[in-house]
Write a protein that binds this ligand. Structure first.
Ligand code: MLT
Length: 237
């Protein structure tokens, strides 16, 4: 059984793994886990706001919340942005969340053809890695979202945390998996500090996102497995 890490959606090769795990620590996959743990029915992801709006118009009024982020900011006119702290049970319970973000939704689309697609963040790391340990898919691709095609420290570090928890059963399939593990080992005791060094962490700090960084650094807080059930639609397993 082999684990592969890809730093960005652009680095994902042709082919299909048995299981793909998408990571966008700051903040899409942290937000998806938080929304589903808070009782949202599902999170549907969209690359374009136009597609999001079209699908939103097809739902009965009040059933869905439209969430959109660009450049770390909530897009004006949408119900929610991408701060996980806004996804509280009183806001999202029983709702469909239609979400479009700068990079995370693109990473999900890149592997959406895999038979199993999960999303992981530090907040739900334990439950994701336990599931993989139980199911033992032959090949696992961990895909970071990066930032507009470039490497991002926090996604690769989380990929390294997944590698860390699975490496007793899995062989590391590429150099990126070895590098991700080394990166995680360097920062594992101070993830928040790593986020503060990361370029997107600094962008969020400029947008008053310190509380988001602190939340995204919490490990094993939620027992929720976001799993793609139909193309682009994530539900709690
Ligand atoms: C993304 O998809 O690029 C993000 O999650 C950005 C953010 O909201 O911080």
């Amino acid at each position: 059984m082999k684990l592969f890490v890809y730093h960005t959606p652009e680095a994902v090769p042709p082919g299909t793994p048995d299981c793909a795990i998408v990571v966008d620590i700051l903040r899409a996959t942290t937000t998806i886990a938080t929304a589903l743990a808070a009782g949202a029915e599902f999170v549907q992801v969209f690359a374009s706001l136009h597609d999001l709006d079209q699908v939103g118009n097809s739902y009965p009024p009040g059933y869905c919340l439209r969430a959109a982020e660009r450049g770390g900011k909530r897009v004006e006119g949408y119900d929610l942005g991408n701060s996980p702290l806004d996804y509280t049970p009183d806001r999202v319970k029983g709702k469909a969340i239609l979400l479009s973000t700068t990079n995370g939704t693109r990473a999900l689309q890149r592997v959406s053809h895999a038979p199993q697609v999960l999303t992981a963040a530090f907040v739900n790391l334990a439950v994701i890695t336990e599931l993989v340990q139980q199911q033992q898919p032959e090949t696992v691709w961990i895909v970071g979202s990066g930032w507009e095609g470039n490497f991002s420290l926090e996604d690769t570090a989380c990929a390294g945390a997944v590698v860390d928890r699975l490496s007793d059963r899995y062989e590391l399939g590429n150099d990126e998996a070895v590098a991700a593990h080394a990166l995680y080992s360097q920062w594992r005791h101070d993830l928040e500090k790593m986020f503060q060094r990361a370029s997107h962490g600094q962008r969020l700090l400029r947008l008053n996102g310190a509380a988001d960084l602190a939340y995204c650094a919490k490990c094993d807080l939620l027992r929720v497995v976001p799993c793609q059930k139909e193309m682009g639609v994530l539900r709690a397993l």
